[in-house]
Write a protein that binds this ligand. Structure first.
Ligand code: GUN
Ligand code: FE
Length: 428
């Protein structure tokens, strides 16, 4: 019989979670207790008042918080792993825009978004901030499919009213803004766990007129914002040309009050951010979506993640599918570690590589905190968790929990996820 989410539920296993970027807590053969969809705590013995509560016995399995993908393009899932030998602006023109234009056709969108949501459901990702396309019917369909799959997500209808091919360009700033406001009214309360997020694609795709209107819309609907920032050198030069009065790329968003502060904001990439841009991101609490694999595939560069972590900035991981070819945040963790090592060695041994604990933190609590108390097993956190099976990749030696987790990140990944809960709801 399916057990109600409000009632206490106990998961028994080998429990690992981050409390901060340096600290991985491990509890062998222990009990994680959820009540009302929230974490009560992790205990070596079941506390008196929970004896007799419903228990899922996962003895011998690792139990970790759910993973957050802070930046993923759902319509690009269909062409992941294809035509990777281009840099950002050519890649957008050649691959991305033609593919995204197909989502005008709802039948195509249904096929493609079903594949995306099925795979996301089976993955280790419990929370995601997703780009859709400019098309409202397809965007609403994506929201419905994610909601049906039980994923907690923000989804953005993309805004583009300049420098885009005719087949993927909104008619005018006014039309783009009016459609966006109508879409927000319709979807803001439509799904319990899927919410809209304002999504100007990036400065080159949006006129100043549109950005001003989106700023007003943000104030009216109090929605969060996501976009791209300082990903590629040609893109940064282009932004300077398009908006010569902005002091740096991030300032171009900030001029419209779409850059953190009271506006929860995710900026993807931040590979080439200047010291002034970094300072403003820190002041405004902008969330950085670090997308290491995409930054390799599109030859964008290696973000200074060590600096962002040491400055205590808000940072999580993104797959940036299809810039990144893999939907797995486990993979994003190991990519982040590897890219930071290359950066360190190739750029004069500055900015030490990030550690496994730091990568795990970014993929769980770091990115999760954009969604509230998400990504840890401290008391009061949302009951987002994964149960992992390492048995397909056996080992002869005794390993401690941290070593088993590290090995899982590198060797198992999404395929090893056997159970998934979001806010105490069991997806599988
Ligand atoms: N900048 C603007 N649009 C995109 C996109 O679709 N992917 C990436 N990686 N960067 C972008
Ligand atoms: Fe992106």
């Amino acid at each position: 019989m399916e057990q109600k989410q409000e009632e206490a539920r106990i998961l028994k296993g080998d429990i690992c979670y981050s409390t901060d970027k340096h600290t991985l807590k491990t509890y062998a053969d222990s009990y994680l207790i959820l009540e009302g969809g929230l974490v009560k705590g992790v205990f070596h013995e079941i506390p008196e008042q929970y004896r007799g509560a419903w228990m899922e016995d996962c003895t011998g399995h690792l139990i970790i918080p759910g993973l957050t993908d802070l930046h993923v393009h759902a319509p690009q899932y269909a062409f992941r792993g294809l035509k990777m030998d281009l840099e950002l602006l050519d890649w957008l023109d050649t691959n991305t825009f033609p593919e995204e234009s197909k989502y005008k056709d709802l039948d195509y969108a249904r096929k493609a978004y079903n594949i995306f949501t099925d795979d996301l459901k089976r993955s280790g990702t419990t929370r995601a901030s997703v780009f859709a396309t400019i098309h409202i019917p397809a965007t609403e369909l994506l929201m419905q499919l994610l909601s049906d799959a039980g994923i907690s997500a923000y989804v953005g209808k993309v805004n583009m009213d300049r420098n885009s091919p005719d087949y993927l360009c909104e008619e005018s700033a006014m039309k783009s803004a009016m459609d966006t406001a109508e879409w927000l009214s319709k979807t803001q309360d439509a799904y319990p766990h899927v919410k809209p997020i304002l999504t100007p694609r990036f400065i080159p795709s949006c006129t100043d007129e549109l950005m001003s209107m989106l700023s007003r819309i943000q104030k009216e609907f109090h929605v969060p914002v996501q976009s791209h920032l300082s990903e590629n050198l040609s893109e940064i030069d282009w932004v300077k040309e398009l908006m010569p009065e902005s002091k740096f790329y991030g300032d171009a968003y900030n001029r419209f009050d779409l850059f953190g502060g009271d506006v929860p904001t995710i900026m993807a990439h931040c590979v080439h951010s200047s010291p002034e841009e970094i300072k403003l991101m820190k002041e405004k609490g902008v969330f950085i979506a670090h997308c290491p694999q995409s930054n390799e595939n599109l030859t964008s560069g290696a973000a200074p993640v060590r600096l962002y972590l040491d400055e205590d900035m808000n940072i999580g991981l993104g797959t940036d599918v299809a810039g990144g070819a893999n939907l797995s945040i486990f993979r994003a963790m190991t990519d982040a570690i590897q890219v930071s090592k290359l950066r360190f060695r190739l750029l004069g041994n500055q900015l030490k590589p990030i550690t496994m604990e730091e990568a795990f933190f970014m993929g769980t609590k770091g990115g999760g905190s954009f969604f509230g108390k998400v990504g840890s097993f401290e008391e009061g956190y949302e009951g987002d968790l994964l149960v992992l099976d390492e048995s397909k990749i056996p080992h002869p030696q005794e390993l401690n929990l941290k070593d088993r987790l590290e090995r899982f990140l590198y060797l198992s990944g999404d395929e090893g996820v056997v159970h998934k809960y979001i806010s105490g709801r069991k997806l599988f």
